[in-house]
Design a binder for this molecule. Structure first.
Ligand SMILES: Cc1cc2nc3c(=O)[nH]c(=O)nc-3n(C[C@H](O)[C@H](O)[C@H](O)COP(=O)(O)OP(=O)(O)OC[C@H]3O[C@@H](n4cnc5c(N)ncnc54)[C@H](O)[C@@H]3O)c2cc1C
Length: 280
């Protein structure tokens, strides 16, 4: 398997952290995943890189952002199809596929960057939507073995993930037959409700706490547009983390810590990051 020592991974991250480096492995076939997970117990996975802020990463990183298998579709009945979709497929490509083939079920992904693996890992969806109804089986590679998992999801979480490090290789999706026009029109509706985020970003910095909205709390603490070095909270939405150009890992960490502290002081709530911070 190809491998790059101390690779600069800033360009793989949608927020473009200036000083993000790691040892990066590029699997090409499923055997590479089997070998990698047999060799390493503790590792990280980079896919679309739209939910990660990384620094000097010590653990080996597996890059799951390129083709290592193909999709496969068959009919369940006259209304439903079962599709195996590999995890490297981008959300945009999955939406194109669903329009082209008149298959409904993943329209809620419209406007969310990244790849299927990242979406399945973090239950990426707009408020009120979840992967529960669509992903019936996730295929996992762990400790050199491949096995299926029936996923259970809650807000931004795959609840029954295996203990330890694992790779999502792909998933079986159950999609409903529809017309391409209907699927396209629903995608447009989802896109129309999205925030317009311009510039390098990793989306929402914090998860919403149980009783409240992280964005509202941050705004009440005067954090809209707040910056530390090149790290900044959006002027339009206080929970959107941006890079003004030269943001370093340290800038993002300091900004996050200040935001947590201010919200804790004002509301007595400890916000939990939605973005993955890769410290080690
Ligand atoms: C502008 C913007 C808007 C966004 N809007 C939303 C939104 O509306 N809703 C929402 O939920 N999210 C949103 N996000 C966050 C992000 O796009 C999603 O979390 C996305 O699904 C992450 O996918 P990715 O491929 O980029 O994953 P990455 O960022 O590469 O990885 C995210 C996590 O998933 C793990 N992972 C990735 N692939 C695999 C795999 N194959 N096997 C095992 N683990 C894996 C990684 O190790 C990491 O822990 C937004 C981000 C941005 C930049």
């Amino acid at each position: 398997m190809k491998f790059k020592k101390r690779a600069d991974i800033g360009k793989f991250l949608s927020i473009r952290v200036k000083d993000a480096v790691c040892d990066l492995y590029f699997p090409e076939i499923i055997d590479d995943l089997v070998r990698f997970t047999s060799e390493f117990e503790d590792f990280r996975i980079l896919s679309g890189g739209s939910n990660i802020i990384a620094g000097d990463v010590k653990k080996p990183v597996l890059y799951m952002g390129k083709a290592i298998s193909t999709s496969d579709t068959d009919d369940v009945n006259e209304f439903l199809v079962r599709t195996f979709m590999p995890s490297w497929v981008s959300n945009t490509a999955l939406l194109d596929y669903s329009v082209k083939n008149g298959l409904s079920g993943v329209e809620f992904l419209a406007g969310i960057p990244g790849n299927l693996g990242g979406a399945l890992y973090g239950n990426a969806a707009p408020a009120g939507y979840s992967w529960d109804d669509v992903a019936t089986i996730i295929y996992i590679v762990q400790d050199g073995k491949i096995f299926p998992l029936v996923p259970e999801y809650s807000y931004r979480s795959l609840d029954n993930k295996p203990d330890g490090c694992f790779v999502i290789y792909g998933a079986e999706l159950i999609l409903t037959k529809d017309s391409p026009e209907n699927v396209r029109s629903r995608i447009k509706d989802f896109l129309a409700k999205r925030l317009d985020i311009k510039g390098p970003s990793a989306g929402s910095l914090f998860k919403n706490p149980k009783d409240g909205k992280a964005g509202y709390m941050l705004e009440q603490c005067g954090m809209k547009g707040f910056s530390v070095g090149g790290a900044k909270l959006s002027e339009n939405h206080a929970n959107i983390i941006m890079n003004t150009g030269e943001g370093t890992f340290d800038d993002f960490c300091r900004l996050k810590d200040i935001a947590v502290e201010r919200v804790r002081e004002k509301f007595g709530v400890t916000l939990e990051p939605e973005v993955q911070f890769w410290y080690d």
